[in-house]
Write a protein that binds this ligand. Structure first.
Ligand code: SAH
Length: 458
């Protein structure tokens, strides 16, 4: 009826879902493990059926057994379920079972075309390929990844000290027939293959920054990474901050000081093919896990570790989150320092403080004080005071972006060590940093972008 009306109006009819209503199934949406050949031809096919034609089913289509299709062995229209390569025709609905696996060696030149050619010679459709499989010794190969991306199929790896044919046979848990050679082998199984159950993927390790705490300040790439993680590692507070997690995700909470151990554990998990996330607060590259993870990689000779898909994803660091709340105290050149002398001698910290203060850089202090480091902050402030006026603005941000956050604006002369704890970020202005008192009682702190006619007091 739609077609008659359309013909009368000289337009194309769009007929939706009526096939599903009539036949109890959507022919154009086969179950997982199968893929439709051509959607446009398929639409035409279904509208012919709706117009009263019959069809025959060739090949195995178990999901159609329950459908109310107008079947007839003599029908002009055919649903054909097969991995055989075939030119599309208007009277055929081609559905490809994904029952083919192609085992490839990374050494093959122009892999995508090599695979296409091998399939064509075997008269097998590319649409039936469930995945590419390679030896795990080839895991680091970019050519393999590029080929899988270009062919639009997943890439899996398995242990192999044998040719590609055996690699494929060993990885598939059902009878297969093997075609091809030692470089490209095609395995055809009787049933569709689930790539998730063949070998394993290349492991992934992402070191991510959660930002200061508030969910809105976490970058979307980090959210996506957390969603795909099998394992999440980190200091317990940060792992909790990164949640909630699903039941299938494994959390490995450790003490804050066991960084190298955590980094190595992360590589061990990723080298097994898992998707692993190591979390840091703020940015992972600022006094946090990214450097520890790279250090672990650097000291390892394990090929499996070096084959891991490693990525560092940034976050909003505490100094930037605090600065934004205060205004723009880091609006000109600034220097970021950790006052912790756990991993560097105090003499180096003193020297850096002295030179940075002398150079009139605004200063942001991470790890300003702790129970085991009670005196360092006082000394640091004494050094800064040699080069800065007592009225230099100071910003103290505590638990910024977290529940109960506080922001205090004071001056270097009024700052006392007991106003600061290990959850505080200390920002000390430069000689040009200014304060704007506002009508609502708050203040903005900023460091102008230029020196204007003020000369640096160096
Ligand atoms: N990678 C983190 C820093 C880790 S060092 C980042 O980029 O932010 C830990 C120090 O950062 C703390 O001692 C504190 O000085 C500071 N810090 C971390 N989170 C903070 C927050 N939400 N508010 C204020 N300071 C914070």
């Amino acid at each position: 009826m739609a077609r008659e009306i359309a013909a009368g109006l000289n337009v194309a009819p769009a007929i939706t879902t009526s096939g599903e209503l009539r036949f109890g199934t959507c022919l154009l949406n086969p179950p997982s493990g199968y893929t439709l050949g051509d959607l446009e031809l398929g639409k035409r096919f279904v509208s012919d059926l709706l117009a009263g034609e019959t069809l025959r089913i060739e090949g195995s289509a178990p999901w159609l057994a329950q459908a109310q299709l107008p079947e007839d062995a003599q029908a002009r229209l055919a649903v054909r379920v097969s991995h055989v390569e075939r030119l599309p025709a208007a009277n055929e609905l081609l559905i490809y079972p994904r029952n083919v696996l192609v085992a490839v060696s990374a050494g093959v030149a122009d892999l995508p075309n090599g695979v296409r050619e091998a399939l064509h010679q075997a008269a097998i459709a590319l649409q039936s390929v469930a995945c590419l499989l390679a030896a795990d010794t080839d895991m680091a190969s970019p050519a393999l990844r590029e080929a899988a991306r270009e062919l639009g199929v997943p890439l899996r790896f398995a242990k192999a000290d044998v040719g590609m044919g055996e690699l494929a046979r060993n990885a598939i848990g059902q009878p297969v027939s093997i075609l091809g050679d030692n470089f490209i082998a095609i395995a055809v199984a009787e049933q569709p293959l689930d790539p998730l159950h063949i070998g394993r993927p290349r492991g992934r390790l992402a070191v991510v920054g959660l930002g200061p705490g508030a969910a809105e300040l976490m970058v979307p790439a980090v959210k996506a990474e957390l969603a795909r993680a099998n394992d999440v590692l980190g200091y317990e507070t940060y792992v909790r901050m990164a949640g909630p997690f699903r039941d299938d995700q494994v959390l490995h909470c450790t003490d804050n000081r066991e960084e190298m151990q955590r980094a190595r554990h992360a590589f061990e998990l990723a080298a097994q093919g898992r998707s692993v996330v190591v979390v840091s607060s703020g940015d992972p590259g600022v006094f946090a896990m990214a450097a520890a993870v790279l250090e672990a990689l650097h000291e390892s000779t394990d090929v499996a570790w070096h084959s891991v898909d490693l990525e560092i994803l940034p976050g909003v660091s505490a100094s930037l989150a605090t600065a934004a709340q205060a205004g723009a105290p880091l609006g000109h050149d600034f220097c970021v320092l950790s006052l912790s002398d756990n991993l560097k001698p105090w003499s180096i910290i003193e020297k850096r403080l002295d030179l940075a203060a002398q150079a009139d850089l605004a200063l942001a202090f991470y790890n300003p004080i702790s129970r085991s480091r009670p005196w360092q902050l006082g000394q640091a402030l004494d050094i800064v005071a040699r080069h800065r006026e007592p009225q230099t603005p100071v910003v103290l941000g505590r638990d910024i972006g977290r529940p109960g956050q506080t922001l205090r604006v004071t001056t270097l002369g009024q700052l006392s060590v007991d106003q600061v704890d290990m959850r505080t970020m200390v920002i000390i202005g430069s000689s040009t940093t200014r304060v704007i008192p506002c009508l609502d009682g708050r203040t903005w702190v900023y460091t102008p972008r230029s020196y204007g006619d003020k000369l640096a007091p160096i």
